[in-house]
Design a binder for this molecule. Structure first.
Ligand code: UDP
Ligand code: MG
Length: 349
């Protein structure tokens, strides 16, 4: 059996040495062959150089270097596209997804599960704000997107080959992998774990990116916001009609002058705001359709290591250079000392 690890990397030069020092010995203890697919999502630091150094020593390490930052979900997509394992595990580069769980995941896979999802039952090193917004996110997603979404399950998951092939069929631009997994309805096992703090470096998901991710998740899987706008519009219309009837009654029957200039102005502002919000919401969905119909690639591969130039590219992907791993790495300094963690990984693997 071949186990593939898919690890997206974006500016992780501080975390990578820790990761590489740890996964080698753990993988060696699992009773199967392995490969690691690193996706360098347009890192601006030394991440790519560190990975390239590793790939030059170990042909089981594939590197997909994106031409720029395409985002975490695109990086996972590319990893799943190029992983050739019987089972594929997606995990972060910062050791928040403990590799110690891999053996248990493989065991559950061998018992016949197509998906093994690691569920966070505790979180270290994350602010109250991040934990609060995360649990709000999961409960909102379950209501708005799919009630089969597992609470507190991120992208740290094992997929069987069949599940990977099924996931490869989703080529949409706006991607929410967890929603796709729930949508497929695969046979899933849950593996609870305590999520440790990031080993080094800082999160690549600031609050605004998390908010954007949450909105992508909702809007790419659900038309609920549009329906809610419709219901809101109907309620406001009903209020307007009722109030108009009252005003007409006062004017014609009670013969009182129509009062309330200031309240009229307030209503006007509120209704204009609600109208613009609704139009903006529809506009957002239209913009997403527009981006979808263009059918642009989901990611662009620049430099790659240990990925043959002849390999067939998946739909909606582009390769702009097929690099030969035997060539020196661009800008490589011969005198640059090897990283000891990388050497440890290569020695144990
Ligand atoms: N990541 C990526 N592209 C991005 C943002 C993040 O490939 O645009 C990677 C990152 O290097 C890490 C994983 O995705 O391996 C999860 O990111 P992070 O740990 O910053 O997220 P958090 O755990 O804080 O939610
Ligand atoms: Mg993390």
């Amino acid at each position: 059996m071949l186990l593939s690890l898919v690890i997206p990397v974006f500016d992780e030069e501080d975390a990578l040495p820790h990761l590489l020092g740890k996964i080698g010995p753990i993988l060696d203890e699992i009773d199967c062959d392995h490969e690691i697919v690193f996706i360098d999502d347009g890192s601006r630091d030394a991440s790519r150089r560190i990975l390239a150094e590793l790939a030059a020593r170990d042909s089981r390490v594939k590197i997909l270097g994106f031409s720029r930052n395409f985002g975490h979900q695109a990086a996972i997509t590319a990893g799943l596209d190029f992983a050739s394992g019987d089972a594929v595990v997606v995990m972060d580069a910062d050791l928040q997804d403990p590799p110690e769980l891999l053996a248990e995941m493989v065991k559950l896979y061998r018992q016949g599960f197509d998906v093994v999802s690691a569920q966070r039952i505790g979180r270290d090193g994350e602010s109250l704000f991040k934990r609060g917004t995360a649990s709000l996110f999961y409960s909102l997603m379950r209501k708005a997107v799919d009630e089969r979404l597992q609470p507190q399950v991120g992208d740290f998951r094992l997929f069987s080959r069949a599940a990977v092939l099924a996931l490869r069929g989703f080529r949409e631009q706006h991607r929410f992998l967890r929603g796709m997994v729930a949508w497929l309805g695969l046979k899933e096992a849950i593996l609870p774990f305590h999520r440790p703090a990031r080993v080094a470096g800082t999160t690549k998901y600031p609050a605004w990116k998390m908010a954007r991710f949450a909105w992508t998740a909702i809007s790419s899987f659900s038309a609920l916001p549009l329906k809610a706008t419709l219901v809101g519009g109907l309620i406001l219309t009903a209020i307007g009609v009722g109030y108009s009837a009252l005003v007409i009654y006062e004017a014609l029957v009670l013969k009182t002058t129509v009062r309330g200039w200031s309240s009229s102005i307030c209503f006007q502002i509120v209704f204009s705001g609600a109208t613009l919000t609704a139009v903006g919401l529809v506009g957002d969905y239209v913009a997403r359709i527009y981006e979808e119909v263009k059918g642009r690639p989901l990611y662009v591969l620049g430099e790659t290591w240990n990925v043959p130039a002849t390999v067939a590219l998946p739909p909606r992907s582009v390769r702009v250079s097929a690099r030969n791993p035997a060539e020196p790495i661009s800008g490589e300094d011969e005198s640059c000392p090897s990283n000891p963690s990388i050497a440890a990984f290569s020695a144990t693997s």
